[in-house]
Design a binder for this molecule. Structure first.
Ligand code: T46
Length: 182
């Protein structure tokens, strides 16, 4: 696997080694030993999966310490624009976001570290999104910030009038008003 750095420290893209043949393809979607060899020491404890239609934006979500989550996210069907926002108050990139297109064709994976908000928009007719978390879901510690916060100015790669947002995701605070403890 290849680790691709981003302009935001600790936020990295994983390009797995894909074995393609006449039948299709095979790749290891996670290997703890390979991660340890790359000095990526994460122990995952929960896998999630969601399916969404074109135009859906899920996010921007995070969990507060002590149950903030590192996530390894990828797409098994379709294509999404995946976005992480740095919420670490002492980070030189606090409030900055980075996006990457994850698709069933490019097999790219994205490691979203603790201290980041995460969200994605669906670029294909449907997308099946799968991710591993290194801590369990905690409704009590789950928080969100607005996907369309003007201070973030995130380009979701879909027309704003096509965005499909859950009611919950229309009621998050702006980043300036968010509860953070990273
Ligand atoms: C996240 C989660 C949710 N749920 C339940 C709670 C709700 O009744 C239902 C749907 O949850 P929600 O609308 O928060 O799902 P998403 O909008 O896809 O949220 C996720 O999307 C963004 C992109 C993320 O990065 C987070 O992992 C996660 O917040 O599943 C669970 O039972 N376990 C869980 O781990």
């Amino acid at each position: 696997m290849e680790i691709i750095e981003t302009p935001i420290k600790d936020l990295v893209i994983i390009k797995p080694r894909v074995f393609a043949d006449a039948r299709g393809f095979f790749f290891e979607s996670y290997n703890e030993a390979a991660y340890k060899a790359a000095n990526i020491n994460i122990h995952f404890c929960q896998d999630n999966q969601s399916k969404s239609s074109y135009g859906v934006i899920r996010g921007l979500h995070y969990q507060l310490l002590p149950q903030s989550q590192t996530k390894l996210v990828s797409v098994v069907q379709g294509a999404v624009w995946d976005v992480a926002v740095d919420l670490r108050k002492d980070s030189p990139t606090f409030g900055q976001w980075y996006g990457v297109e994850l698709t069933e064709e490019n097999h790219l994976q994205f490691i979203i570290p603790q201290g980041f908000a995460h969200g994605f928009s669906v670029l294909s007719e449907t997308a099946v999104f799968t991710y591993k978390c290194d801590d369990f879901y905690s409704p009590q510690l789950e928080r969100g910030i607005m996907y369309n916060d003007p201070a973030l100015a995130i380009d979701w790669k879909i027309p704003a009038d096509k965005a499909i947002i859950s009611d919950k995701d229309t009621k998050h605070p702006l980043l300036k008003d968010a509860e953070l403890n990273f």
